[in-house]
Design a protein around this ligand. Structure first.
Ligand SMILES: CC(C)(COP(=O)(O)OP(=O)(O)OC[C@H]1O[C@@H](n2cnc3c(N)ncnc32)[C@H](O)[C@@H]1OP(=O)(O)O)[C@@H](O)C(=O)NCCC(=O)NCCS
Length: 206
């Protein structure tokens, strides 16, 4: 059993990944302290990230009855088939500049970890990076974050350095990790193969 997954946890989950919208921010920011025990982001930081437009790609993962296969609708507030922000179980963001991409954040609520949601978010972000022409992807990760480091290693990330005291205000150290090249058939195959082995189902919504 993966710590935090809960005793009766079923790893199968129906997931919808949608672009993060402003109406997700309040919920996401409220989840941050439980997702990131140290150094949670503020709502203002998410607002400023979404304001970067095409230089950012943020995804929200929703799970539960409103994310069943076959359900239709948008996630706009009050729209048909609305996906309730209460269904938010994870999120992640990517920055793109020139031919490089950078994972800004990725997080899954503690009760839903170990079901492949983090992997699906990462795969979707890396596919986006490929689509917009990125040849590499970088990130920082706390040196003691074994779950995240295991996930990144499976995605081909390797350590290229360390930043002492990178995380503030906690002062935690970070490894700098990078994967390249990602603009190859081989890397697309790696993402496809990893996705195939994940539990549950996922849909990408526009
Ligand atoms: C890192 C994180 C996003 C992974 O999300 P997730 O949905 O649990 O990830 P997955 O289910 O796709 O699992 C990824 C791998 O981590 C492992 N893992 C998940 N939770 C774990 C835990 N608590 N301890 C050890 N390993 C764990 C899984 O076993 C899996 O590896 P495997 O498939 O080879 O067994 C999630 O743990 C999280 O939100 N952590 C807190 C926020 C954070 O640290 N984000 C990363 C910032 S750089």
């Amino acid at each position: 059993m993966i710590p935090g997954a809960g005793p009766s946890a079923d790893r199968e989950v129906d997931l919808v990944l949608v672009p993060m919208r402003w109406w997700h921010i309040e919920t996401v920011a409220a989840l941050e302290p439980s997702v990131f025990a140290a150094d949670p982001w503020s709502a203002e930081l998410f607002w400023s990230e979404l304001a970067q437009g095409v230089q950012r790609r943020y995804l929200t993962a929703l799970a539960g009855p409103s994310a069943q296969p076959g359900s239709v609708g948008s996630d706009e507030p009050g729209g048909p088939g609305t996906w309730d922000v209460a269904s938010i179980v994870g999120y992640g963001g990517l920055a793109v500049a020139d031919d490089g991409a950078y994972i800004q954040t990725v997080g899954v609520v503690p009760a839903m970890r170990g079901r492949g949601i983090g992997a699906r978010l990462m795969i979707a972000l890396l596919r986006h990076a490929r689509t917009v022409g990125a040849r590499s992807c970088g990130l920082e990760v706390r040196t003691d974050n074994h779950a995240a480091r295991a996930l990144y290693a499976r995605l081909g990330f390797v350590d290229i350095g360390m930043r002492r005291g990178y995380y503030q205000p906690s002062g935690g150290d970070a490894y700098v990790m990078r994967v390249r090249p990602i603009d190859t058939v081989g890397y697309a195959t790696l993402l496809d193969g990893m996705e195939r082995d994940l539990p549950g189902r996922v849909r990408l919504a526009p």
